[in-house]
Design a protein around this ligand. Structure first.
Ligand SMILES: Cc1cc2nc3c(=O)[nH]c(=O)nc-3n(C[C@H](O)[C@H](O)[C@H](O)COP(=O)(O)OP(=O)(O)OC[C@H]3O[C@@H](n4cnc5c(N)ncnc54)[C@H](O)[C@@H]3O)c2cc1C
Length: 459
């Protein structure tokens, strides 16, 4: 239900997904503006549907704007290409629905502020990280019309789930579960009643992605991955394939790096090309025996990361770790390290450990690393660096540079987990102190690791 309106600058908000970011009144103008930013899709997009509903109510057309920021921190040709493939699909789907769009190469707030001159109101989707939040803040302070944020990239809105940082998944799980019935509801598609004949300014053409990549002068060190294509349709295909062939075995096999029994949805979720709500509803509908275990990952674990990034300002630094973890790692700072590698050695997969190297190579070549290997990978960086702080920086740097799903709340939470976040203290040992330890013998005991190494080498 998205029937709560901004009528006179006063909040009439009963829907937990909707939040007014300023107190301005509806302006005279030519259109309602939807600033698409973190939800790069036309399906299951509460923000887009809310904007259409408001446009119809105000008897205005709708304009969808997306700003492609060529200076986005840590973005590479690999990530831009994936994003642009998805945006190209968005542009075609908007056209099919009679909705005008304008995509520009510029810092998004710059474009939004310029287009706000003719906007009666502006709607934006929600993001949790610092930069994207600062963009919204900047816009909220400068535009003259109402600016409304609609939260659509989580199943349960972050502040509804919990009003503070959750110490662990155990704390957040019951809070999320108590709201699931309320929020696990489909999003129905509205029809826009009035269309703009053309956008106010010429949109860049996304049909020729190579040309756009050229124009934004991306970091070409990290090449696109040929085997995976961005976009909502590709995401939906991956979801269907997963449900049909892997979901039943997910509880037993998802940890096994040799088996590759995962959904592969994280890059699509990262760019908002598929909604977690759509994924969750499809999983529930499948009635598979693997559903519960999968939904724990998709909803509780993923939304624990949003909770972390939203409530903990230090989420991108070592300082985000709980006090016990920082203290125990500090106590073991001078422990002897059998191996110490530089960033370059890690980056080129030049360690003594063939499993670690295989994981790094998997990430370099495919833009993805098996979930279980990510944990091992992070733990070993901690073990093989002079200091845990240095290890933290290296892990974040490599993860954000090469993973297609990098720069995501899940990445920050995943790396922090390797250093003790969202975990408990374990028995004391060298270098790690009380932080959980992992070793290669554990991998060999549980899994057919040769199969994993062969699979990586074959790609
Ligand atoms: C060191 C480290 C770094 C990580 N970096 C990232 C990252 O940059 N981006 C990223 O999206 N995830 C990251 N993760 C979390 C997790 O490894 C990936 O989400 C998962 O491997 C993605 O593959 P999938 O979509 O096939 O997962 P599936 O097992 O099919 O799970 C489906 C979805 O559930 C969510 N999920 C699964 N496992 C986790 C988890 N442990 N924590 C939170 N959500 C989870 C993801 O959204 C995932 O797409 C990291 C984990 C670690 C330990």
């Amino acid at each position: 239900m998205l029937n709560y309106y901004v009528t006179s600058g006063k909040e009439m908000i009963q829907n937990a997904r909707v939040k007014l970011l300023n107190s301005n009144h509806i302006q005279d103008g030519k259109y309602v503006l939807y600033w698409m930013q973190s939800a790069q899709r036309t399906d299951f997009n509460h923000a887009l549907e809310y904007a259409i509903e408001e446009a119809n109510r105000l008897e205005k057309p709708l304009l969808v704007y997306f700003g492609i920021d060529s200076n986005f921190p840590e973005a590479t040709e690999r990530s831009y290409q994936f994003m642009l493939q998805g945006l190209h699909e968005v542009s075609k789907k908007l056209t099919d629905r009679g909705i005008a769009y304008q995509f520009g190469i510029e810092s998004p707030p710059t474009g939004v502020k310029r287009l706000s001159d003719n906007a009666v109101m502006i709607v934006v989707d929600r993001a949790y990280q610092k930069l994207q939040r600062s963009w919204r803040k900047e816009v909220s302070k400068t535009v003259k019309c109402p600016f409304v944020q609609v939260e659509t990239n989580v199943v349960v809105p972050v502040e509804t789930a919990y009003s503070k940082e959750a110490y662990s998944a155990g704390i957040l799980r019951p809070k999320i579960h108590q709201h699931l019935d309320e929020f696990l509801t489909p999003v129905s598609e509205r029809i826009l009643e009035k269309s703009l004949t053309s956008p106010p300014e010429e949109s860049i053409d996304l049909a020729n992605i190579a040309d756009v990549l050229d124009r934004i002068k991306v970091n070409e060190d990290v090449k696109p991955v040929k085997e995976i294509e961005g976009g909502s349709e590709a995401a939906r295909m991956a979801l269907l394939r997963f449900i049909q062939t892997k979901l039943d075995a997910y509880p037993e096999d998802s940890n096994d790096p040799g088996k590759d029994n995962l959904s592969g949805l994280s890059p699509y979720l990262h760019f908002g090309q598929i909604s977690p709500l759509e994924v969750a509803l499809a999983i529930l509908e499948s009635d598979s025996s693997g559903s519960e275990v999968f939904l724990e990952q998709l909803i509780v674990r993923r939304e624990l990361s949003m909770n972390f990034v939203y409530y903990n300002d230090q989420y991108d630094s070592y300082r985000c770790l709980p006090e016990w973890a920082q203290k125990t790692l500090q106590n073991h700072l001078s422990d002897k390290r059998d191996y110490v590698y530089s960033l370059s050695e890690f980056e080129k997969a030049e360690t003594h450990d063939s499993y670690w190297n295989a994981a790094q190579i998997e990430m370099l070549r495919t833009g993805s690393m098996h979930n279980y290997m990510r944990m091992y990978w992070g733990k070993k960086i901690l073990e093989w660096c002079k200091t845990p702080k240095k290890a933290y920086e290296i892990a974040l740097y490599l993860n954000n540079k090469y993973e297609l799903d990098g720069r995501d709340p899940n990445g920050y939470a995943g790396i922090a987990w390797c250093f003790g976040k969202h975990d408990r203290a374990w028995s004391e040992r060298p270098i790690f102190g009380k932080v959980r330890y992992m070793n290669s013998r554990g991998l060999e005991r549980k899994f057919d690791m040769d199969k994993y190494v062969k699979r990586v080498n074959a790609r």
